[in-house]
Design a protein around this ligand. Structure first.
Ligand code: PHE
Length: 497
C-alpha cells in the first residue's frame, strides 16, 4: 500500500457525512453550472444566431440531448472495467472543458465540434461522479440516501446559477461569451476535483492498474487507446449532426435493444426476479415519457419564455432565457426540503405512496403544470403575453412532479435488478432519459412558429397554447392510468405494504 496516499478518515464532518462528499458536491455543482448554462442557450442560439429553421433547431437539440445521455452507458462501462471513476471523471471533465471553450469560438465550425466534445466528456463524467458518491458509504449505511440528496442539491444549485448567469450573458451580451462562461466554470469544477481527488484514498482507482498500463496496441497502453478511441468518435458525432435524420434509427434501435435485453434476462430468471424486472421495465418506459414532457423546459419553453411570457417586473425586463433556466432547478432546491419532510411524515402515518403511485403522481403534477401554462395562454389572448407569476406557478407543479420520480429512480433500479446487471440497468435508466429528451424535441417541434409571426406574441401564442394543452391532458391521463395499475406493478415488485 502507498503510505503517502491519505486514507478516508473515519471522523465524519459536522453534518455526519464524509468530507469527500463536499469535494464531489462542488465538482458536480460547477460541472452542472456549465452543462445547464450551455443548454440554456442552445436552441435560442440556433434559431436567432445561426438562423436554423425551428424544426431543424429542435432536431439538433434532440440529437445533442439524446447523445449526451446515451454516452454514460459506455462511459460507465469503461470506468467499471478499466479506468476507475477518478480517471474517468478527470478525462470526461477535460473533454467537457474543451467542448465549452470550442463553443466560445465565434466560428460556424465550432458549434457541432463543441457539442461533440461535451457529449463524449459527459459520458465519462456524469455516471462516474455519482458512483464515486456511492463509494463513500457502505451499501447498508443509513446516511447513503441523504448523501445522495445533498449531492442532488449541488447539481441543482449549479444548474440554477448556470442557467441564470450563462442565460443572461448569452442572450443579452454575446452568445459566445455565454458559452465561454460555462467553460470557465467547468475548469473550476475540474480544479476542485484535481486538487481533492487524493482525499478519496483507494476509492475510484482502476480495478486493474497493471493491465491498464500494459501495451494494448502498437506498444500503446490500454488507457491511451481508450482516450484516443474516444477522440475518434468526435468526427462521427459531428457527421451525425449533419445527417440528424439518422438519429431516429439509432434511438429506436437502441431503445428496442434495451427492452429486448431486459426481457431476455427476465425470462431466464425464476418468477419473483422476473416480475421485478417487468416492473423495472414498465417504470423505465414511463420515465422516458416523463422526460419527454418535462424536457420542454430546455426546448420549446425557452422560445415560449422569450416570445410569450411577460418578463417585466417593476419596469425592468428580465432576460427570458435566464428566468426559464433558473426556475426549475431553483424550485428543486426549495422543494427538496419540503419533500424531505413530506415522505417520512406520510410514512409515519402509514400513507406514504408506493413507488408506482409516485410515478403516477409525477405525471399528474406535470400535467397540472402544463395545464397552468395553457390556462395562462387562454387568459392572455389579448396581449399574447402570459404573466410571469403563471409561468412560475406552472413550474412549481412540474418540479413537484420531478421530485416524485427522479430521486427515487436510481434506488428503485438498485432494488429491482439482480446484482450482476445493476450497472447495466443504471445505464438503461440514463438511456431512458436520452430517449425522453429525444421525444421531447419531437414534441417541441410541433410548437414551431413560422418566421413571419415570431415577433408578434398575439400570433405566436396559439402555436404554443394548443400543444401545451395536449401535453397537460396526456400527462394527466397517463398519471391516472399508472395510479390505477399501481397495485399490479407493486405485486410484480414483490412489495407487500
Ligand atoms: N437534473 C438532474 C441532473 O442533471 C437529473 C437528471 C439526470 C435529469 C439525467 C435528466 C437526465 O443530474
Amino acid at each position: 500500500m502507498d503510505l503517502t496516499e491519505p486514507q478516508i478518515p473515519e471522523a465524519p464532518t459536522s453534518t455526519g457525512h464524509p468530507k469527500q462528499l463536499y469535494m464531489l458536491f462542488f465538482t458536480e455543482m460547477w460541472e452542472r453550472f456549465s452543462f445547464y448554462g450551455m443548454k440554456a442557450l442552445l436552441l435560442a442560439y440556433m434559431i436567432t444566431e445561426l438562423k436554423f429553421d425551428e424544426p431543424k433547431g429542435y432536431a439538433i437539440l434532440g440529437s445533442y440531448a439524446a447523445l449526451v445521455y446515451t454516452m454514460p452507458m459506455f462511459g460507465g462501462m469503461m470506468s467499471d472495467r478499466y479506468l476507475g471513476g477518478r480517471k474517468a471523471v478527470m478525462y470526461g471533465g477535460i473533454l467537457m472543458t474543451i467542448g465549452h471553450l470550442v463553443l466560445a469560438v465565434p466560428q460556424d465550425w465550432s458549434f457541432f465540434y463543441g457539442m461533440a466534445f461535451i457529449i463524449c466528456g459527459n459520458g465519462f463524467f456524469k455516471p462516474n461522479i455519482s458512483s464515486l458518491v456511492g463509494t463513500l458509504y457502505a451499501d447498508n449505511d443509513p446516511r447513503k440516501d441523504s448523501g445522495f440528496s445533498i449531492f442532488y442539491m449541488g447539481i441543482n444549485i449549479g444548474a440554477a446559477l448556470g442557467g441564470l448567469l450563462c442565460g443572461y450573458v448569452g442572450q443579452q451580451i454575446d452568445w459566445h461569451y455565454g458559452f465561454g462562461l460555462a467553460g470557465l466554470f467547468m475548469i473550476l469544477g475540474l480544479v476542485v476535483f484535481a486538487l481533492g481527488k487524493k482525499s478519496l484514498g483507494d476509492k475510484g482507482l482502476p480495478p486493474n492498474p497493471a493491465d491498464l498500463k500494459a501495451p494494448a496496441f502498437a506498444g500503446i497502453s490500454k488507457e491511451v487507446v481508450i482516450y484516443v478511441a474516444t477522440l475518434a468518435i468526435i468526427p462521427v458525432i459531428v457527421a451525425l449532426f449533419n445527417r440528424y435524420e439518422i438519429m431516429d434509427f439509432i434511438m429506436f434501435g437502441l431503445g428496442a435493444l434495451s427492452i429486448l435485453y431486459i426481457l431476455f434476462i427476465a425470462f431466464k430468471m425464476e418468477a419473483a426476479a422476473r416480475f421485478k424486472l417487468f416492473a423495472a421495465l414498465v417504470l423505465i418506459v414511463f420515465s422516458a415519457l416523463f422526460w419527454a414532457f418535462y424536457e420542454q423546459n430546455a426546448g420549446s419553453l425557452n422560445l415560449f419564455a422569450m416570445r410569450n411570457v411577460d418578463m417585466h417586473v417593476g419596469g425592468v425586463e428580465l432576460p427570458a432565457l435566464a428566468v426559464n433556466n433558473f426556475l426549475p432547478p431553483a424550485w428543486v432546491v426549495i422543494l427538496s426540503f419540503f419533500f424531505a419532510w413530506l415522505w417520512p411524515a406520510l410514512n409515519r402515518k402509514g400513507i406514504e405512496p408506493n413507488t408506482p403511485t409516485k410515478f403516477g403522481l409525477s405525471f399528474v403534477l406535470v400535467g397540472l403544470g402544463f395545464y397552468v401554462f395553457y390556462l395562462g395562454c387562454r387568459t392572455s389572448e389579448g396581449s399574447g403575453l402570459i404573466p410571469l407569476i403563471t409561468f412560475i406557478a406552472g413550474y412549481f407543479f412540474i418540479i413537484c412532479g420531478e421530485m416524485c420520480i427522479s430521486p427515487i429512480g436510481l434506488s428503485m433500479i438498485t432494488k429491482l435488478s439482480p446484482a450482476r446487471i445493476v450497472a447495466m440497468m443504471m445505464g438503461i435508466w440514463f438511456f431512458a432519459s436520452a430517449v425522453g429528451e429525444f421525444l421531447a424535441s419531437k414534441i417541441g417541434a410541433l410548437m414551431s412558429v413560422p418566421q413571419n409571426v415570431v415577433d408578434n406574441p398575439v400570433l405566436s401564442l396559439p402555436y404554443y397554447a394548443q400543444i401545451l394543452n395536449q401535453i397537460g391532458l396526456w400527462s394527466l391521463g397517463i398519471g391516472v392510468v399508472l395510479i390505477l395499475f399501481s397495485s399490479v406493478i407493486r405485486k410484480w415488485m414483490g412489495e407487500v405494504r
